[in-house]
Design a protein around this ligand. Structure first.
Ligand code: 173
Length: 495
Protein backbone atom coordinates (compact mmCIF):
# COMPACT_ATOMS: atom_id res chain seq x y z
CA UNK A 1 0.00 0.00 0.00
CA UNK A 2 1.25 3.45 -0.87
CA UNK A 3 2.27 5.51 2.10
CA UNK A 4 0.21 8.53 3.04
CA UNK A 5 1.80 11.89 2.52
CA UNK A 6 2.19 14.64 5.05
CA UNK A 7 -0.10 16.81 2.94
CA UNK A 8 -2.89 14.22 3.07
CA UNK A 9 -2.69 14.04 6.84
CA UNK A 10 -2.48 17.82 7.17
CA UNK A 11 -5.91 18.20 5.53
CA UNK A 12 -7.49 16.59 8.58
CA UNK A 13 -6.64 19.27 11.06
CA UNK A 14 -9.91 20.05 12.79
CA UNK A 15 -12.41 18.73 15.27
CA UNK A 16 -14.57 17.49 12.40
CA UNK A 17 -11.82 15.45 10.89
CA UNK A 18 -8.75 14.94 13.01
CA UNK A 19 -5.80 12.80 11.98
CA UNK A 20 -2.53 12.61 13.83
CA UNK A 21 0.81 10.94 13.18
CA UNK A 22 2.44 8.81 15.87
CA UNK A 23 5.70 6.97 15.19
CA UNK A 24 5.33 7.35 11.43
CA UNK A 25 1.75 6.09 11.22
CA UNK A 26 -1.46 8.05 10.79
CA UNK A 27 -4.54 7.65 12.97
CA UNK A 28 -8.05 9.00 12.59
CA UNK A 29 -8.94 10.15 16.09
CA UNK A 30 -12.00 12.24 15.21
CA UNK A 31 -14.47 10.03 17.03
CA UNK A 32 -12.03 9.33 19.83
CA UNK A 33 -11.58 13.02 20.68
CA UNK A 34 -14.35 13.26 23.31
CA UNK A 35 -13.17 10.03 24.95
CA UNK A 36 -9.53 11.02 25.34
CA UNK A 37 -8.82 10.88 29.10
CA UNK A 38 -6.48 13.86 28.76
CA UNK A 39 -9.11 15.99 27.01
CA UNK A 40 -9.45 16.76 23.33
CA UNK A 41 -7.58 20.03 23.20
CA UNK A 42 -4.24 18.39 23.65
CA UNK A 43 -4.92 16.18 20.61
CA UNK A 44 -6.31 19.07 18.57
CA UNK A 45 -3.06 20.89 19.14
CA UNK A 46 -1.46 18.24 16.93
CA UNK A 47 -4.36 17.80 14.46
CA UNK A 48 -3.00 17.03 10.99
CA UNK A 49 0.53 16.83 12.37
CA UNK A 50 3.13 14.62 14.00
CA UNK A 51 2.17 14.14 17.67
CA UNK A 52 4.88 11.61 18.56
CA UNK A 53 6.83 13.81 20.93
CA UNK A 54 3.82 14.66 23.07
CA UNK A 55 2.35 11.15 22.85
CA UNK A 56 5.43 9.19 23.77
CA UNK A 57 6.03 9.89 27.48
CA UNK A 58 2.40 9.57 28.51
CA UNK A 59 1.29 6.51 26.53
CA UNK A 60 2.77 3.02 26.71
CA UNK A 61 3.51 1.65 23.23
CA UNK A 62 0.46 -0.64 23.07
CA UNK A 63 -2.02 2.20 23.75
CA UNK A 64 -3.22 2.80 20.19
CA UNK A 65 -3.72 -0.91 19.50
CA UNK A 66 -5.65 -1.25 22.74
CA UNK A 67 -7.89 1.80 22.62
CA UNK A 68 -8.28 2.86 18.97
CA UNK A 69 -10.30 0.62 16.68
CA UNK A 70 -8.21 -0.97 13.92
CA UNK A 71 -10.36 0.77 11.28
CA UNK A 72 -8.91 4.08 12.48
CA UNK A 73 -5.33 2.97 11.92
CA UNK A 74 -4.67 4.56 8.54
CA UNK A 75 -1.21 3.22 7.79
CA UNK A 76 2.29 4.47 7.25
CA UNK A 77 3.17 8.02 6.43
CA UNK A 78 6.07 9.03 4.22
CA UNK A 79 7.77 11.11 6.89
CA UNK A 80 9.96 12.89 4.33
CA UNK A 81 6.79 14.64 3.16
CA UNK A 82 5.73 15.81 6.60
CA UNK A 83 6.29 19.47 7.19
CA UNK A 84 7.76 20.34 10.52
CA UNK A 85 6.65 23.76 11.43
CA UNK A 86 9.60 25.94 12.16
CA UNK A 87 8.55 27.14 15.55
CA UNK A 88 10.34 30.09 16.99
CA UNK A 89 12.38 28.50 19.74
CA UNK A 90 11.49 29.46 23.25
CA UNK A 91 14.46 31.45 24.61
CA UNK A 92 14.24 29.47 27.84
CA UNK A 93 14.59 26.28 25.82
CA UNK A 94 17.67 27.67 24.08
CA UNK A 95 19.20 28.41 27.46
CA UNK A 96 18.35 24.93 28.66
CA UNK A 97 20.06 23.35 25.67
CA UNK A 98 23.12 25.44 26.41
CA UNK A 99 23.12 24.12 29.97
CA UNK A 100 22.83 20.55 28.68
CA UNK A 101 25.98 21.12 26.63
CA UNK A 102 27.80 22.40 29.70
CA UNK A 103 26.65 19.79 32.18
CA UNK A 104 29.00 18.94 35.02
CA UNK A 105 30.75 15.60 34.45
CA UNK A 106 29.05 12.74 36.25
CA UNK A 107 32.06 12.30 38.52
CA UNK A 108 31.25 15.69 40.02
CA UNK A 109 28.05 14.31 41.53
CA UNK A 110 28.95 13.22 45.03
CA UNK A 111 25.52 12.61 46.49
CA UNK A 112 21.87 12.27 45.51
CA UNK A 113 21.05 15.94 45.87
CA UNK A 114 23.77 16.75 43.32
CA UNK A 115 21.82 14.85 40.67
CA UNK A 116 18.73 16.78 41.62
CA UNK A 117 20.55 20.09 41.28
CA UNK A 118 21.78 19.16 37.80
CA UNK A 119 18.43 17.70 36.72
CA UNK A 120 16.68 20.89 37.71
CA UNK A 121 18.87 22.79 35.25
CA UNK A 122 18.82 20.36 32.35
CA UNK A 123 15.39 18.74 32.36
CA UNK A 124 12.59 20.02 30.14
CA UNK A 125 10.41 22.40 32.12
CA UNK A 126 7.33 20.19 31.94
CA UNK A 127 9.21 17.09 33.04
CA UNK A 128 10.86 18.90 35.96
CA UNK A 129 7.52 20.38 37.01
CA UNK A 130 5.86 16.99 36.94
CA UNK A 131 8.58 15.10 38.86
CA UNK A 132 9.45 17.78 41.37
CA UNK A 133 6.00 18.94 42.36
CA UNK A 134 4.25 18.13 45.61
CA UNK A 135 0.73 18.64 46.90
CA UNK A 136 -0.62 22.06 47.88
CA UNK A 137 2.00 24.04 49.81
CA UNK A 138 4.48 21.16 49.61
CA UNK A 139 4.86 21.14 53.37
CA UNK A 140 4.76 17.35 53.50
CA UNK A 141 7.16 17.04 50.60
CA UNK A 142 9.79 19.06 52.46
CA UNK A 143 8.94 17.46 55.80
CA UNK A 144 9.73 14.03 54.29
CA UNK A 145 13.32 15.12 53.88
CA UNK A 146 13.74 17.25 56.96
CA UNK A 147 12.12 14.72 59.33
CA UNK A 148 15.28 12.64 58.98
CA UNK A 149 17.17 15.54 60.54
CA UNK A 150 15.31 14.95 63.78
CA UNK A 151 16.92 11.55 64.24
CA UNK A 152 20.43 11.42 65.62
CA UNK A 153 22.82 8.54 66.12
CA UNK A 154 24.01 6.85 69.30
CA UNK A 155 26.99 4.96 67.84
CA UNK A 156 28.76 2.03 69.46
CA UNK A 157 32.53 2.12 69.47
CA UNK A 158 35.09 -0.67 69.47
CA UNK A 159 32.92 -2.91 67.36
CA UNK A 160 34.73 -4.95 64.72
CA UNK A 161 33.56 -3.29 61.52
CA UNK A 162 36.35 -4.40 59.25
CA UNK A 163 33.77 -6.12 57.08
CA UNK A 164 30.43 -4.40 56.61
CA UNK A 165 27.57 -6.29 54.96
CA UNK A 166 24.41 -4.36 54.15
CA UNK A 167 22.73 -7.05 52.08
CA UNK A 168 19.30 -8.11 53.30
CA UNK A 169 16.06 -9.81 52.33
CA UNK A 170 12.82 -8.11 51.46
CA UNK A 171 9.63 -10.11 51.07
CA UNK A 172 11.59 -13.31 50.72
CA UNK A 173 14.02 -12.04 48.09
CA UNK A 174 17.71 -11.50 48.72
CA UNK A 175 19.02 -8.09 47.73
CA UNK A 176 22.39 -6.35 47.93
CA UNK A 177 21.00 -3.25 49.62
CA UNK A 178 18.21 -2.23 52.00
CA UNK A 179 16.78 0.26 49.46
CA UNK A 180 14.72 -0.26 46.31
CA UNK A 181 13.68 1.77 43.29
CA UNK A 182 10.13 2.72 44.10
CA UNK A 183 7.41 3.21 41.49
CA UNK A 184 7.18 6.57 39.74
CA UNK A 185 4.99 7.35 36.72
CA UNK A 186 5.93 8.61 33.25
CA UNK A 187 9.62 7.73 33.02
CA UNK A 188 9.90 8.91 29.42
CA UNK A 189 9.34 12.49 30.49
CA UNK A 190 12.85 12.33 31.92
CA UNK A 191 14.59 9.95 29.54
CA UNK A 192 13.62 8.80 26.03
CA UNK A 193 13.93 5.13 26.99
CA UNK A 194 11.95 5.44 30.21
CA UNK A 195 11.74 2.90 33.03
CA UNK A 196 13.93 0.23 31.38
CA UNK A 197 16.90 2.49 32.15
CA UNK A 198 16.14 2.02 35.85
CA UNK A 199 15.76 -1.73 35.31
CA UNK A 200 19.21 -1.98 33.73
CA UNK A 201 20.88 0.12 36.45
CA UNK A 202 19.08 -1.84 39.18
CA UNK A 203 20.45 -5.04 37.70
CA UNK A 204 24.02 -3.74 37.85
CA UNK A 205 23.66 -3.10 41.57
CA UNK A 206 21.30 -5.91 42.57
CA UNK A 207 18.61 -3.46 43.60
CA UNK A 208 14.90 -4.37 43.56
CA UNK A 209 12.69 -2.35 41.21
CA UNK A 210 9.01 -1.64 41.76
CA UNK A 211 7.25 -1.36 38.38
CA UNK A 212 4.66 1.44 38.23
CA UNK A 213 1.15 0.92 36.81
CA UNK A 214 1.50 4.20 34.95
CA UNK A 215 4.90 3.67 33.40
CA UNK A 216 5.75 5.13 30.01
CA UNK A 217 7.12 1.76 28.91
CA UNK A 218 4.71 -1.13 28.78
CA UNK A 219 4.78 -3.57 31.67
CA UNK A 220 6.19 -6.29 29.43
CA UNK A 221 9.00 -4.08 28.18
CA UNK A 222 10.09 -3.46 31.76
CA UNK A 223 9.93 -7.16 32.60
CA UNK A 224 11.75 -8.05 29.37
CA UNK A 225 14.56 -5.68 30.38
CA UNK A 226 15.14 -7.78 33.50
CA UNK A 227 18.25 -9.95 33.60
CA UNK A 228 18.98 -13.17 35.46
CA UNK A 229 17.30 -13.42 38.83
CA UNK A 230 16.76 -9.68 39.17
CA UNK A 231 13.78 -8.95 41.43
CA UNK A 232 10.83 -6.81 40.36
CA UNK A 233 7.63 -5.95 42.18
CA UNK A 234 4.41 -4.48 40.81
CA UNK A 235 2.83 -1.24 42.04
CA UNK A 236 -0.89 -1.30 41.39
CA UNK A 237 -3.48 1.39 40.91
CA UNK A 238 -6.79 -0.40 41.30
CA UNK A 239 -9.08 0.06 38.32
CA UNK A 240 -12.81 0.59 38.72
CA UNK A 241 -13.10 -2.35 36.35
CA UNK A 242 -11.84 -5.19 38.53
CA UNK A 243 -11.52 -7.52 35.54
CA UNK A 244 -8.72 -5.26 34.27
CA UNK A 245 -7.06 -5.23 37.68
CA UNK A 246 -7.27 -9.01 37.90
CA UNK A 247 -5.65 -9.34 34.49
CA UNK A 248 -2.81 -6.99 35.44
CA UNK A 249 -2.11 -8.78 38.73
CA UNK A 250 -2.23 -12.27 37.29
CA UNK A 251 -0.11 -11.26 34.33
CA UNK A 252 2.50 -9.76 36.67
CA UNK A 253 2.54 -12.93 38.74
CA UNK A 254 2.94 -15.08 35.63
CA UNK A 255 5.78 -12.87 34.44
CA UNK A 256 7.70 -13.37 37.65
CA UNK A 257 6.99 -10.26 39.72
CA UNK A 258 7.62 -11.12 43.35
CA UNK A 259 5.21 -8.85 45.21
CA UNK A 260 2.12 -6.72 44.74
CA UNK A 261 2.14 -3.19 46.18
CA UNK A 262 -1.37 -1.77 46.18
CA UNK A 263 -1.39 2.02 46.33
CA UNK A 264 -3.85 3.12 49.00
CA UNK A 265 -3.09 6.82 49.35
CA UNK A 266 -4.48 8.08 46.05
CA UNK A 267 -8.29 7.70 45.77
CA UNK A 268 -7.95 11.05 44.03
CA UNK A 269 -4.76 12.57 42.75
CA UNK A 270 -3.39 15.48 44.80
CA UNK A 271 -3.10 19.00 43.39
CA UNK A 272 0.46 19.68 42.30
CA UNK A 273 0.45 23.35 41.48
CA UNK A 274 3.88 23.66 39.92
CA UNK A 275 2.83 20.96 37.49
CA UNK A 276 -0.53 22.64 36.85
CA UNK A 277 1.06 26.01 36.21
CA UNK A 278 3.41 24.66 33.57
CA UNK A 279 0.69 22.64 31.86
CA UNK A 280 -1.60 25.63 31.91
CA UNK A 281 0.86 27.93 30.22
CA UNK A 282 1.68 25.18 27.75
CA UNK A 283 -1.88 24.81 26.48
CA UNK A 284 -3.11 28.18 27.69
CA UNK A 285 -4.21 29.90 24.52
CA UNK A 286 -5.99 26.99 22.91
CA UNK A 287 -7.81 26.16 26.12
CA UNK A 288 -9.15 29.65 26.40
CA UNK A 289 -9.96 30.04 22.71
CA UNK A 290 -11.76 26.84 21.87
CA UNK A 291 -13.79 26.05 24.96
CA UNK A 292 -16.11 23.05 25.11
CA UNK A 293 -13.39 20.81 26.42
CA UNK A 294 -14.85 18.31 28.84
CA UNK A 295 -11.65 17.92 30.85
CA UNK A 296 -10.18 20.75 32.83
CA UNK A 297 -6.71 20.98 31.33
CA UNK A 298 -5.47 23.04 34.22
CA UNK A 299 -5.41 19.85 36.26
CA UNK A 300 -2.38 18.54 34.40
CA UNK A 301 -1.83 15.26 32.57
CA UNK A 302 -1.44 13.14 35.69
CA UNK A 303 -4.94 13.85 36.90
CA UNK A 304 -6.39 13.13 33.48
CA UNK A 305 -4.74 9.75 33.15
CA UNK A 306 -5.57 8.75 36.69
CA UNK A 307 -9.34 8.93 36.21
CA UNK A 308 -9.56 5.12 36.07
CA UNK A 309 -8.44 4.75 39.70
CA UNK A 310 -11.20 3.45 41.97
CA UNK A 311 -11.91 5.79 44.89
CA UNK A 312 -14.26 3.21 46.41
CA UNK A 313 -11.38 0.81 47.14
CA UNK A 314 -11.66 -0.31 50.76
CA UNK A 315 -10.53 -2.87 53.34
CA UNK A 316 -13.39 -5.05 52.09
CA UNK A 317 -11.51 -5.56 48.82
CA UNK A 318 -8.43 -7.13 50.42
CA UNK A 319 -9.79 -10.70 50.57
CA UNK A 320 -10.54 -10.46 46.85
CA UNK A 321 -6.91 -9.59 46.10
CA UNK A 322 -5.83 -12.48 48.30
CA UNK A 323 -8.12 -14.76 46.30
CA UNK A 324 -6.73 -13.80 42.89
CA UNK A 325 -3.00 -13.99 43.64
CA UNK A 326 -0.44 -15.85 45.69
CA UNK A 327 1.91 -12.87 45.60
CA UNK A 328 2.67 -11.18 48.90
CA UNK A 329 0.41 -8.13 49.19
CA UNK A 330 1.76 -4.86 50.55
CA UNK A 331 -0.33 -1.74 51.13
CA UNK A 332 1.56 1.30 49.89
CA UNK A 333 0.67 4.58 51.51
CA UNK A 334 -0.38 3.61 55.04
CA UNK A 335 -0.04 6.58 57.41
CA UNK A 336 -0.88 5.64 60.99
CA UNK A 337 -0.53 2.82 63.48
CA UNK A 338 -4.27 2.05 63.46
CA UNK A 339 -4.09 1.13 59.78
CA UNK A 340 -0.94 -0.92 60.27
CA UNK A 341 -2.75 -2.98 62.93
CA UNK A 342 -5.64 -3.38 60.53
CA UNK A 343 -3.25 -4.50 57.82
CA UNK A 344 -1.90 -7.19 60.14
CA UNK A 345 -5.43 -8.33 60.86
CA UNK A 346 -6.22 -8.36 57.15
CA UNK A 347 -3.32 -10.77 56.71
CA UNK A 348 -1.28 -8.74 54.25
CA UNK A 349 2.46 -9.23 54.13
CA UNK A 350 3.56 -5.65 54.43
CA UNK A 351 2.92 -1.93 54.40
CA UNK A 352 4.80 1.04 53.01
CA UNK A 353 4.57 3.97 55.38
CA UNK A 354 4.42 6.63 52.73
CA UNK A 355 2.65 9.80 51.71
CA UNK A 356 3.38 9.37 48.00
CA UNK A 357 6.41 11.63 48.02
CA UNK A 358 4.37 14.50 49.43
CA UNK A 359 2.23 14.52 46.28
CA UNK A 360 -1.10 13.61 47.87
CA UNK A 361 -2.29 14.89 51.24
CA UNK A 362 -0.38 17.94 52.40
CA UNK A 363 0.27 17.72 56.16
CA UNK A 364 0.46 13.97 55.98
CA UNK A 365 3.30 12.93 58.29
CA UNK A 366 6.62 11.60 57.05
CA UNK A 367 7.18 7.87 56.74
CA UNK A 368 10.00 7.98 59.28
CA UNK A 369 7.74 9.63 61.86
CA UNK A 370 4.94 7.13 61.30
CA UNK A 371 7.52 4.34 61.64
CA UNK A 372 8.50 5.68 65.05
CA UNK A 373 4.83 5.60 66.04
CA UNK A 374 4.17 2.13 64.64
CA UNK A 375 7.06 -0.06 65.79
CA UNK A 376 6.69 0.25 69.58
CA UNK A 377 3.02 -0.71 69.28
CA UNK A 378 3.80 -3.73 67.10
CA UNK A 379 6.57 -4.80 69.48
CA UNK A 380 4.30 -4.47 72.47
CA UNK A 381 1.87 -6.88 70.84
CA UNK A 382 4.64 -9.16 69.62
CA UNK A 383 3.48 -8.44 66.06
CA UNK A 384 6.70 -6.97 64.70
CA UNK A 385 7.38 -10.02 62.57
CA UNK A 386 3.83 -10.41 61.30
CA UNK A 387 4.54 -8.10 58.35
CA UNK A 388 7.37 -6.20 56.74
CA UNK A 389 7.45 -2.43 57.10
CA UNK A 390 8.89 -0.22 54.40
CA UNK A 391 9.07 3.52 54.21
CA UNK A 392 9.67 5.98 51.41
CA UNK A 393 9.80 9.75 50.94
CA UNK A 394 12.64 12.21 51.34
CA UNK A 395 15.47 9.66 51.42
CA UNK A 396 18.65 11.25 50.11
CA UNK A 397 21.44 9.82 52.25
CA UNK A 398 22.47 6.39 53.47
CA UNK A 399 22.13 7.80 56.98
CA UNK A 400 18.41 8.24 56.21
CA UNK A 401 18.23 4.57 55.25
CA UNK A 402 20.15 3.50 58.35
CA UNK A 403 17.88 5.55 60.60
CA UNK A 404 14.82 3.84 59.10
CA UNK A 405 16.35 0.40 59.55
CA UNK A 406 17.32 1.17 63.15
CA UNK A 407 13.73 2.10 63.84
CA UNK A 408 12.46 -1.18 62.35
CA UNK A 409 11.99 -0.74 58.59
CA UNK A 410 12.90 -3.68 56.39
CA UNK A 411 13.74 -1.47 53.45
CA UNK A 412 13.46 2.01 52.07
CA UNK A 413 12.02 3.16 48.73
CA UNK A 414 13.74 5.82 46.65
CA UNK A 415 11.86 7.46 43.79
CA UNK A 416 12.70 10.95 42.60
CA UNK A 417 16.49 10.78 43.13
CA UNK A 418 16.84 7.91 40.65
CA UNK A 419 14.56 9.72 38.19
CA UNK A 420 16.74 12.80 38.42
CA UNK A 421 19.93 10.76 37.97
CA UNK A 422 18.33 9.07 34.95
CA UNK A 423 17.04 12.31 33.44
CA UNK A 424 20.39 14.05 33.72
CA UNK A 425 22.87 11.25 33.07
CA UNK A 426 20.95 8.17 31.88
CA UNK A 427 21.76 4.67 33.10
CA UNK A 428 25.27 5.65 34.14
CA UNK A 429 23.81 8.32 36.37
CA UNK A 430 21.45 5.91 38.09
CA UNK A 431 24.29 3.46 38.58
CA UNK A 432 26.46 6.14 40.13
CA UNK A 433 23.64 7.19 42.44
CA UNK A 434 23.30 3.59 43.61
CA UNK A 435 27.07 3.23 43.97
CA UNK A 436 27.25 6.41 46.06
CA UNK A 437 24.54 5.12 48.36
CA UNK A 438 26.43 1.87 48.78
CA UNK A 439 29.60 3.74 49.69
CA UNK A 440 27.72 5.93 52.14
CA UNK A 441 26.09 2.84 53.65
CA UNK A 442 29.40 1.11 54.19
CA UNK A 443 31.05 4.11 55.78
CA UNK A 444 28.15 5.09 58.01
CA UNK A 445 27.43 1.58 59.24
CA UNK A 446 31.08 1.36 60.18
CA UNK A 447 30.92 4.68 61.98
CA UNK A 448 27.90 3.76 64.07
CA UNK A 449 29.34 0.35 64.88
CA UNK A 450 27.03 -1.95 62.95
CA UNK A 451 28.59 -4.63 60.75
CA UNK A 452 25.35 -6.06 59.40
CA UNK A 453 21.76 -5.01 58.86
CA UNK A 454 20.70 -7.22 61.77
CA UNK A 455 22.91 -5.12 64.06
CA UNK A 456 20.78 -2.04 63.37
CA UNK A 457 18.36 -1.50 66.24
CA UNK A 458 16.50 1.29 68.03
CA UNK A 459 19.22 1.79 70.64
CA UNK A 460 21.50 3.19 67.91
CA UNK A 461 19.31 6.25 67.39
CA UNK A 462 17.77 9.04 69.40
CA UNK A 463 14.44 9.56 67.68
CA UNK A 464 12.62 11.37 70.48
CA UNK A 465 12.27 14.55 68.44
CA UNK A 466 10.34 12.68 65.76
CA UNK A 467 7.37 12.20 68.03
CA UNK A 468 7.91 15.41 69.93
CA UNK A 469 5.51 17.51 67.87
CA UNK A 470 5.78 19.12 64.49
CA UNK A 471 7.50 22.33 65.41
CA UNK A 472 10.76 21.02 66.76
CA UNK A 473 13.58 22.90 65.13
CA UNK A 474 15.62 21.09 62.55
CA UNK A 475 19.00 22.21 61.25
CA UNK A 476 18.71 23.80 57.84
CA UNK A 477 20.14 21.86 54.99
CA UNK A 478 21.90 23.89 52.34
CA UNK A 479 22.04 21.25 49.63
CA UNK A 480 18.34 20.62 50.09
CA UNK A 481 17.53 24.30 49.97
CA UNK A 482 19.62 24.78 46.83
CA UNK A 483 17.48 22.41 44.83
CA UNK A 484 14.19 23.35 46.40
CA UNK A 485 12.12 25.26 43.85
CA UNK A 486 9.89 27.78 45.64
CA UNK A 487 6.23 27.84 44.66
CA UNK A 488 5.38 30.88 42.57
CA UNK A 489 2.39 33.20 42.14
CA UNK A 490 0.38 33.52 38.89
CA UNK A 491 2.18 35.36 36.12
CA UNK A 492 0.90 38.51 34.44
CA UNK A 493 0.85 38.54 30.64
CA UNK A 494 3.87 40.15 29.07
CA UNK A 495 3.24 43.20 26.94
O1 173 B 1 2.30 10.78 41.90
C1 173 B 1 1.90 10.68 40.74
O2 173 B 1 2.10 11.57 39.92
C2 173 B 1 1.16 9.49 40.38
O3 173 B 1 1.16 8.57 41.12
C3 173 B 1 0.37 9.42 39.16
C4 173 B 1 -0.91 8.90 39.22
C5 173 B 1 -1.68 8.87 38.09
C6 173 B 1 -1.19 9.32 36.89
C7 173 B 1 0.08 9.82 36.81
C8 173 B 1 0.85 9.87 37.95
Amino acid sequence: MAKLTGQQVAQHHSKDSCWVIVHGRAYDVTEFLPEHPGGQNIILKYAGRDATEAFEPIHPPDTLDKYLDASKHLGEVDMATVQHDEKVKDPLEIEREERVRNMPPLAQCYNLLDFEAVARQVMKTTAWAYYSSGADDEITMRENHSAFHKVWFRPRTLVDVEKVDFSTTMLGSKTAVPFYVTATALGKLGHPEGEVVLTRAAHQHDVVQMIPTLASCSFDEIVDARKGDQVQWLQLYVNKDRAITQKIVQHAEKRGCKALFITVDAPQLGRREKDMRVKFSDTGSSVQASGGDSVDRSQGAARAISSFIDPSLSWKDIPWFQSITKLPIILKGVQCVEDVLRAVEAGVQGVVLSNHGGRQLDFARSGIEVLAEVMPVLRERGWENRLEIFIDGGVRRATDIIKALCLGAKGVGIGRPFLYAMSAYGQEGVERAMQLLKEELEMNMRLIGAATVSDLNPSLVDARALLGGHYSAVPSDTLGLNVYDPLVSPRFAEK
